[in-house]
Design a protein around this ligand. Structure first.
Ligand SMILES: Cc1cc2nc3c(=O)[nH]c(=O)nc-3n(C[C@H](O)[C@H](O)[C@H](O)COP(=O)(O)O)c2cc1C
Length: 184
């Protein structure tokens, strides 16, 4: 891949949930998407990436777990109801978490590393012709999600990434110019 191709890939990536919820994504492709995240930088080989690939009926289990946690947290009833079926919108949801570090600073920097990893995942998915969207975890549901996904409860859930085959392409959007303060 030359620089122009890399730039084109980065610039054409869009978040999208316009995907086929019933068309499966093979494990080989999912593994490539997930592995891309491991190649993001992390502070002194802390390897904070934690991932669960949630498919099939487990998507409803995840939705119910999150909905129950949201209800306990006092979330809006409409949001709670929506959460129960939300994860059925894509054939797979990659739950991505960041491990706790040995200090507050390491824990924080682990999150940066995993966020960078998620962008790698989104780009890898895009390069494979997959649609993807980084969704936020519901507030108050961290522990419930972590338990369901087999993570440590101290892991911080960074995102629930919907992945599937697109039914429509999403056009690129105009971005604001990048402001750079050049210091000479
Ligand atoms: C930390 C983070 C959390 C996000 N959470 C959500 C979310 O909960 N729901 C959603 O629809 N999109 C979510 N997004 C995706 C953004 O909506 C999307 O990236 C933004 O609209 C820009 O669009 P683009 O990705 O196509 O450039 C999230 C993105 C990030 C980085």
């Amino acid at each position: 891949m030359n620089p122009d191709e890399l730039e084109a890939l980065i610039r054409s990536r869009r978040s999208s949930l316009l995907l086929d919820a019933h068309k499966q994504v093979g494990n080989d492709l999912l593994q490539r998407v997930v592995d891309a995240a491991q190649f993001a930088p992390n502070h002194r080989r802390t390897w904070p990436l934690r991932v669960a690939a949630v498919t099939g009926a487990s998507r409803s289990v995840l939705g119910d777990t999150i909905a129950d946690a949201m209800a306990m947290f006092g979330d809006d009833e409409a949001k709670v109801v929506k959460a129960r079926t939300k994860y059925l919108r894509s054939p797979v949801v990659l739950v991505v978490a960041s491990a706790q570090g040995s200090s507050e600073n390491e824990t924080e920097e682990n999150k940066y590393a995993v966020a960078a990893g998620i962008q790698n995942m989104l780009l890898m998915a895009h390069s494979l012709g997959l649609a993807a969207l980084w969704g936020s975890p519901a507030k108050g549901a961290n522990e419930a999600i972590a338990r369901t996904c087999g993570f440590e409860t101290s892991d911080h859930v960074m995102g629930l990434v919907y992945v599937g085959w697109p039914t429509q392409q999403v056009p690129s959007v105009e971005r604001p110019p990048t402001r750079v303060n050049f210091l000479d």
